[in-house]
Design a protein around this ligand. Structure first.
Ligand SMILES: [Zn+2]
Ligand SMILES: [Zn+2]
Ligand SMILES: [Zn+2]
Length: 297
């Protein structure tokens, strides 16, 4: 929604509210009724600085607490306030897979557009498997990989995202600082715009990560930003069970025929196992439902 510019505004050059703002309690009630609809919260933020501040401080917080209550309780427990200024970033992390750009953060050869994800499971157990043994007391929540199958020579790409609890005091951060790992020279966190470190470059990715993500060894990379957001990519290995069928609707379907034999073979193997040898697979919508909820374990 593009709002026309109003003059005589006291809040910001783009403010619409020439006679002051709505009562905060009223806004809160309205958005509660709207179940903290993220697209409407984002739209409200565009009105003016006052609304933007209110959305950042209050509405995104309520959104996060409603969508992922247990995770939010945990992230905020033991007096951790490090997400106080980052509710909007966290809200986006809950519902948005950023995709990847050619030669971007992951230096990939494919372009996968970012997209909303209506249902994501964030797991502390999965997060633990991404931590090096000496940092396993850190708390990290990580999403199941968002599957983008048949990405040409990249094969079946899995994108995952996550968040550290109390990142400023985490062991991972300490290790990264001690090792003087440089920031990525150009890319920043797509959720909060902070600089990012490569866990690969820091050489602190454990073997367990590939196994848990069902990814090929040496085909995994993840970054963590200054605010503790994690962003990762992996090449998915064929599944051992046949719970899944065909690529989800929003996966970027590319038809490169002459590419890397291995990836192609992997893709075929994976698809074969996905279909379980039968023509009638289950619904492609396996992780995408319209419930707009996040599952946490
Ligand atoms: Zn205003
Ligand atoms: Zn995705
Ligand atoms: Zn970030």
């Amino acid at each position: 929604m593009i709002l026309p510019k109003q003059y005589r505004c006291t809040h910001s050059p783009t403010c619409q509210c020439t006679r002051g703002h709505l009562n905060k309690d009223v806004l809160l009630l309205v958005f509660k009724h709207l179940n903290w609809n993220p697209k409407l919260v984002a739209t409200l933020s565009c009105v003016c600085k006052w609304f933007d501040d209110f959305a950042k401080r209050v509405l995104w917080k309520e959104f996060c607490k409603t969508r992922a209550p247990r995770m939010m309780l945990d992230l905020q427990s033991s007096g951790s306030h490090c997400i106080d200024g980052n509710w909007r970033a966290l809200g986006k992390l809950l519902i948005y897979c950023t995709g990847c750009t050619e030669g971007g953060l992951f230096n990939s050869t494919v372009q996968i557009p970012g997209h909303f994800v209506y249902r994501t499971r964030f797991s502390r157990t999965l997060g633990r498997s991404l931590l090096p043994p000496q940092c396993r007391t850190d708390v990290l929540y990580v999403s199941d990989p968002c599957e983008h199958l048949d990405q040409g020579e990249e094969g079946d790409v899995g994108l995952f995202r996550g968040i550290f609890k109390s990142f400023p005091t985490s062991k991972v951060r300490k290790v990264i600082i001690n090792k003087a790992v440089p920031f990525h020279p150009s890319e920043v966190c797509p959720y909060c715009k902070a600089k990012m470190w490569s866990m690969l470059q820091a050489k602190i990715m454990p073997q367990s990560a590939c196994a848990r993500l069902e990814a090929y060894e040496d085909c995994i990379e993840y970054f963590v930003c200054l605010n503790g957001h994690l962003l990762g990519i992996c090449t998915l290995a064929p599944l051992s069970d046949s719970e899944e069928a065909v690529p989800s609707e929003d996966s970027n379907h590319t038809e490169k025929k002459q590419d890397n034999c291995l990836a192609k073979e992997n893709g075929l193997k994976r698809r074969h196992s996905l279909l379980g040898g039968s023509e009638n697979g289950p619904s492609p919508q396996k992780r995408l439902t319209s419930s707009n909820q996040c599952n946490i374990d």
